[in-house]
Design a binder for this molecule. Structure first.
Ligand code: XMP
Length: 506
């Protein structure tokens, strides 16, 4: 399959470049900027994109790729910092000059393949401190803004292009067309990326493995699709394990068992509530919680595998955003949160890891689920984190806090379903910390817990916006929580988007 490789220099938008390209059916993959050239060549990219970066090429330790990529003959598009790397590499001059942030009007001067079908003037999103003031020999300037003379440069003999702005963000009016021009017209990549092909290729690959596979399932769409893909590849050599870690929602065990029995896949449920809750005692730090939970999961899988000598693989429903946010996939981006299934694998584990949907976004996974005729109520189920309610409880996880969060979350879900909002939002739940607030009950003063309600809209969990719920619904949720859960005196609604917040509080 034709692919575009995006070298990640640490920009917050790097992953978006891949996403945009995949959306027009070409496979794109993010790799660290310092990937050895030999390895990069083995991936046979049709084109290479150099992402932006928070660094300046004047920083002492600024990230630079292997030099060979510039004379590989593979088409290259540099974006922002990537554009400046190109200028610098070919003998031009970049200076800390005209800072330019936000929207700018791009005037296109000459005909170019890269800028075709976007008109003569268009809005482009700028975010840079340095600027190319002298372009290298062999390059031509094809578009400028009032503050950035060399906003787009091209060397059509070497197939090397640089844009100072960010075509991957929505604020660049024709950004997607520019990426399409590069990928389809210049790199001549074929549109071969779709979920049907992905399923066929994945099943073919998994069918080749030797040994049985153990798969942790949770009833969520990711592990369900992972299990389905493996089941379709190796049938009953797949053993699905559902661990009740004591951090689940109300009736979750029963509903997961029903889901899998409807799909004809047998699951083994292990009650491990006590051991998880014991391990979580006195732990307040969110990352530590994730590590403890991840390790406990793996210990249980390992113990099960030790009793069954044919088991060689541990399958997980890891998604692309999990990989990116755990800082595993690439170089300079910082770890946002260690998602338990990518960060918490201890090095003593002897099972090999199988992650068939590791390159996919959530909406891709939903498409596969539809192809597999998974019922809508499972497809539309909100994502639920692997470490469960532990990341919705700030501070130590206790049975009392778990009980409050469970009931409050049930109320939030019921009210959103009643008002037909549940399916329109990304996630909706209740969270709890240790703060307490004064209330009054039956004319008596009462100190109780504060429940936080979080409802967000998102398309891939990389960014999210808080949902403007109608006051009437908020009022109903608040009244029910304070009336039905004795320990709660206050209810708050979280109005922070991601960034700067994250979706889960821990
Ligand atoms: P954050 O809180 O990082 O969440 O904005 C992004 C998405 O990922 C889910 N999430 C997790 N999923 N293991 C998971 O399987 C985890 O450790 C984890 N942490 C967050 C979260 O629910 C949201 O959909």
């Amino acid at each position: 399959m034709d692919k575009i490789i995006v070298l990640d220099f640490g920009s917050q938008y790097s992953h978006l470049i891949c996403r945009r390209i995949r959306n027009f059916a070409v496979y794109a993959e993010l790799v660290p900027y310092n990937i050895p050239f030999i390895k990069l060549k083995q991936m046979k990219p049709k084109g290479i994109i150099l992402s932006g970066s928070p660094s300046s090429i004047y920083d002492d330790k600024h990230p630079i790729p292997e030099k060979h990529i510039f004379d590989s003959g593979i088409p290259i598009l540099g974006i922002c910092y990537g554009h400046q790397l190109i200028v610098n590499n070919f003998g031009g001059v970049v200076k800390d000059a005209n800072k330019e942030y936000g929207s700018a009007m791009l005037s296109i001067k000459n005909n170019s393949d890269l800028l075709s079908n976007i008109g003569k003037n268009t809005r482009a999103w700028m975010s840079h401190g340095d600027e190319a003031i002298k372009i290298p020999h062999g390059f031509e300037i094809t578009a400028s803004t009032s503050r950035s003379h060399a906003a787009v440069i091209e060397n059509t003999t070497k197939f090397i292009y640089g844009v100072q702005f960010h075509p991957e963000v929505v604020h660049t009016d024709h950004g997607i067309q520019i990426l399409k021009n590069f990928v389809l017209k210049i790199c001549l990549a074929k549109k071969e990326w779709n979920m049907k092909n992905f399923i066929d290729d994945t099943i073919k690959e998994i069918s080749k493995i030797t040994g049985d596979v153990i798969c942790g399932v949770s009833g969520g769409i990711d592990s369900t699709v992972t299990a389905l893909l493996i089941h379709k590849s190796i049938g009953n050599r797949l053993k699905c394990i559902f661990i009740d870690n004591g951090l689940l929602r109300i009736d979750e065990v029963k509903s997961v068992q029903e889901i899998f029995s409807k799909m004809g896949i047998q699951i083994i449920t292990i009650n491990a509530q006590k051991r998880f809750l014991d391990q979580l005692k006195n732990i307040h730090d969110p990352e530590k919680k994730r590590m403890v939970i991840g390790e406990e999961f793996v210990k249980i899988f390992s113990a099960y595998a030790n009793k069954n000598k044919n088991l060689k693989w541990l399958a997980q429903g890891t998604l692309y955003p999990d990989v990116i946010e755990s800082g595993i996939s690439h170089g300079p981006s910082s770890v946002i949160k260690t998602h338990h299934n990518v960060g918490g694998i201890p090095n003593w584990l002897t099972l090999k890891i199988l992650e068939p949907i590791r390159d996919l976004y959530k909406d891709d996974v939903r498409k596969i689920a539809k192809i597999f005729n998974v019922p809508d109520n499972i497809i539309n189920r909100h994502p639920f984190p692997g470490p469960g309610l532990a990341v919705r409880i700030i501070g130590e996880v206790t049975r009392k806090k778990l009980r409050i969060v469970r009931f409050a979350s049930r109320i939030v879900e019921e009210e959103l379903m009643k008002s037909k909002i549940y399916d329109t939002v990304w996630q909706a739940y209740a969270a709890l910390g240790d703060d307490r607030a004064t209330g009054v009950s039956g004319d008596k003063r009462k100190i109780g817990n504060i429940v936080m309600i979080r409802v967000v809209n998102s398309t891939d969990a990389m960014t999210a916006d808080w949902t403007r719920l109608p006051y009437k619904i908020l009022e109903r949720i608040s009244n029910r929580i304070t009336n039905e859960i004795d320990e709660v005196t206050w209810v708050s609604y979280i109005i922070s988007s991601k960034p700067p917040a994250t979706i889960e509080p821990q």
